[in-house]
Write a protein that binds this ligand. Structure first.
Ligand code: ROI
Length: 164
């Protein structure tokens, strides 16, 4: 059984509903339990600024799926939600990113673990710290030690715990 963290992001086509739909789908994955969900956060776009603000959240899973099998089901869910992606680093209706899978390190065409940008992204780190303040990041730092740097970049909007 692996513990895995998924970053959810959306900024098109009713982003809150997109994130809720994705969480319901995560809950229904085979050989998997949804064990924690962060609050819903609002964030300014990283990338081109002429796109809507994002909603973000992070989910914690316990899963028996192997990393690539999990990636397959995440990508299938993005497709099921009619994923639209207009340009590189541009707007999208739903993004499901695998951030961590236990302490597995994997560099491949399809999947990089840990997610190579995670330590720079407030919309990953703050929700992660909310779910698991004791988490040690791949670089050995404690997640709660670095989140203060990012305070103010992210707005906590509301809890999503009713989805658990
Ligand atoms: N910016 C924010 N704020 N949130 C995201 O989830 C997000 N996802 C992305 C890019 C385009 C890099 N920017 C983002 O993939």
């Amino acid at each position: 059984m692996a513990v895995c963290y998924i970053g959810l992001g959306a900024n098109l086509n009713d982003p809150e509903q997109q994130i809720r739909d994705a969480l319901v789908a995560l809950k229904q994955l085979p050989q998997t339990r949804l064990t924690a969900v962060s609050s819903l956060y609002g964030s300014k776009p990283l990338g081109p600024k002429d796109q809507p603000d994002y909603l973000n959240a992070v989910a914690q899973l316990q899963t028996e799926l192997e990393p690539l099998a999990l990636l397959d089901v995440l990508q299938a869910q993005e497709q099921a939600q009619g994923r639209v992606r207009k340009r590189h680093w541009g707007e999208r209706n739903i993004d499901l990113d695998m951030i961590l899978y236990d302490d597995l390190q994997l560099r491949s065409e399809r999947l990089n673990l840990p997610h190579h940008e995670m330590h720079k992204r407030s919309f990953v780190l703050l929700p992660l710290a909310e779910i698991n303040p004791d988490l040690t990041l791949p670089d050995g730092r404690n997640v709660s030690a670095i989140t203060p740097e990012f305070d103010g970049e992210l707005h906590r909007l509301k809890p999503l715990t009713e989805l658990l």
